[in-house]
Ligand binder design. Sequence first.
Ligand code: BJW
Length: 236
Amino acid sequence: MIDIKKNIFILTGAGVSKESGIETFREKDGLWDNFRIEDVCTIEAFIKNPQFVNDFYNQRKKKMNDLKVKPNPAHEKIANLENKWQGEFLLVTQNIDNLHEKAGSKKIIHMHGTLEHAYCMNCNEKYKLDFELNVDFICKRCNSKGQVRVDVVWFGEQPKGLDLIYNFLNKTDIFLSVGTSNNVYPAAGFIDYLNKTNRKAELYEFNIDKTNKSELFTKSFIGPASETLKKFVSSI
Ligand code: BJW
């Protein structure tokens, strides 16, 4: 029986947005079937071919806007859970879309950044990303050209909010991992960390399929997150 006075940590990945029409990374026909990580998801790629990287993100944002992508029941159930939760609550998403916020989630960390912001690599000026990324863009603060990039976390870069995340993991009673293949660290290591340091925590995985970490969870709920989370939340 889930106790809503306990502390809950929810980790989400691309699978939670799949039912909203956003492609995942590592599934068949996912983003990494069409792009090489080293061409679009590292600082070296941006230095070598900045407009190619800019366009990769411009196109993903345009696609979300064109498709009028909306939150699906999995995002909604997570927001409902936050509303009724009485203990401490933290949602950590690896996703760069804003569907959790659109569904009403409030206490959220985008550990891999978001498509909502850009920043200047020279002076750190922050921008709301309501324009197309372009190598000709001149930073309004430091006047440098071509230094403004999307505010996402590429391989080799430090994910955001790690201090807060690990502080919360240390007091987590219930951990939900939703729609992530648990391949990318440090997020993939949260389950190992909990198993090592916090043996009392209840650990639940929600995925359409088994993952290479499924055996580390107390229980894996197999199926679309919209359905498995619905059952889980309504049973509370
Ligand atoms: C459904 C579903 C439905 C489908 N319902 N489920 C060797 C060992 C260990 C670590 C490393 C190593 N070599 C290098 C590293 C570190 C590296 C890493 O982990 N590499 C691995 C590949 C091995 N990590 C990093 O570099 C990170 N930084 C770091 O470690 O910094 C250290 C540091 C500390 C201090 C100072 C400096 C540095 C950074 C990682 C950045 C990841 N970035 C990306 C791109 C973000 C921007 C963008 O979107 O373009 O993040 S990569 C990509 O993968 C994206 C995702 O957030 C991330 C995770 O993917 P996710 O969400 O799990 O998606 P998929 O596709 O893998 O899985 C989807 C799942 O959904 C599947 O399981 C489906 O079954 C399921 N699903 N439909 C439920 N309806």
